[in-house]
Structures are given as structure tokens and as C-alpha cells.
Design a protein around this ligand. Structure first.
Ligand code: BEZ
Length: 190
């Protein structure tokens, strides 16, 4: 199922007129920063967990056989680690197109890992449970099997998962959900 959120996101003008803004990445943006940025810093946000609950019909799967990619799910007391990028506002336009399958820009407070008590308001792309591509919770074995079987225009779904797990590992971040899925796929034949 496809839901094009590009136009909704263009109307989200919270940072227009600013010279630069912070973008928080928790999924492919951690390991695939193919956009110009001025600075990047490890950071985290409160009250959210990363989950492979969003369907990917346009990147890591197809409309007939969607893959699964990361979104954020609310969980009081939780912390989600990722990477913050300082970008010019115009960088959001191509990202709106890249992440158009259900993701909406939301404003979030992000906390930098490299400085105590340093935080800033930023943008995060979030695919909530009411978007048409949301798949939701499933047993880990079922999620892993779907990821192992899925391929799309951006490549194999397993590469998305394993690249994310490797990037989190490099950052020294523990993420039980991601690592449990990666362990199920690691070493498995394609
Ligand atoms: C992220 O890495 O933060 C991200 C990537 C794609 C869609 C939404 C979020």
C-alpha cells in the first residue's frame, strides 16, 4: 500500500526561515547519509523505541511483497539512540520524497551523546500506526523471515537490517529488537 506523504511534509514549515536545523536519524539515515550536512553527532531521544513495524513497498520491498523497515513507537521511559545531522532546511525536500511511504516530519527534542545536558529541537521522520503502510507488531521470527525474503528497488531488505545493526554496534548502542532480528539473519544464505 502506498501513501505519499510528500505534500503533507512540505506543509510542515516549523524550521522555515532558519539557517540550519537538526535532523535525527534512527534507521537508514544512520548509515546512509547521502545528503549534505554540516555536522553529525551521536544523539538520543526519550520516550521512543525503534521497531521494524513499517512496511516498505518502495525501497526494500514491492507493493505485492512489502519489506519491513524501522519506525519509532512510543514507549514511556525508553531511549532511542541514533545520529543527529545539522542540515540546511532545503535538504528536507529530497528526504521528503525518499521517505514518502508513510513517514511524516515531527518535532522532537534530541540529546547529544557527546556533551552532558546538551539538547536541541529537531526533526524526525516518523511513520505512525495510522499510516497506510504500517504493518505493526509480529513475532520476531516472522519479522525476520519477511525481511529475509524481501527485495526492492533500493536492494535487499536484509542489507538494510544488517547495515543498521552494524552501525548501531559501531556506535556502541544496544538495541535488543534490532540485534535479535540481525542474529536471525546473519549468516543465513540469501
Ligand atoms: C531514519 O533513519 O531516521 C529514517 C530513515 C528513513 C525513514 C524514516 C526515518
Amino acid at each position: 500500500m502506498t501513501l505519499d506523504t510528500t505534500h503533507d511534509n512540505r506543509r510542515r514549515t516549523h524550521f522555515s526561515g532558519h539557517d540550519a536545523l537538526w535532523l535525527f536519524g534512527y534507521g537508514s539515515l544512520i548509515w546512509k547519509a547521502d545528503f549534505p550536512y554540516r555536522e553529525r553527532r551521536p544523539a538520543h531521544i526519550h520516550g521512543w523505541v525503534r521497531r521494524f513495524w513499517q512496511g516498505s513497498h518502495d525501497h526494500r520491498g514491492t507493493p505485492e511483497a512489502p519489506g519491513r523497515v524501522a519506525t519509532l513507537v512510543r514507549q514511556p521511559g525508553a531511549i532511542c539512540h541514533g545520529m543527529a545531522y545539522r542540515i540546511a532546511p532545503e535538504v528536507l525536500a529530497p528526504l521528503d520524497v525518499r521517505e514518502k511511504n508513510g513517514y511524516l516530519r515531527e518535532i522532537v527534542r534530541l540529546h547529544f551523546d557527546d556533551a552532558e545536558n546538551a539538547s536541541a529541537e529537531g526533526v524526525v521522520y516518523l511513520a505512525g500506526p495510522d499510516n497506510a503502510a504500517f504493518l505493526g507488531e509480529a513475532p520476531l521470527d516472522a519479522i525476520a523471515a519477511q525481511i529475509a525474503a524481501s527485495h526492492g528497488p533500493s536492494g535487499a531488505n536484509r542489507d538494510y537490517l544488517l547495515n543498521l545493526a552494524a552501525a548501531l554496534n559501531d556506535l556502541g548502542v544496544e538495541d535488543d529488537h534490532v540485534f535479535a532480528l540481525a542474529n536471525r539473519l546473519d549468516g543465513e544464505a540469501c
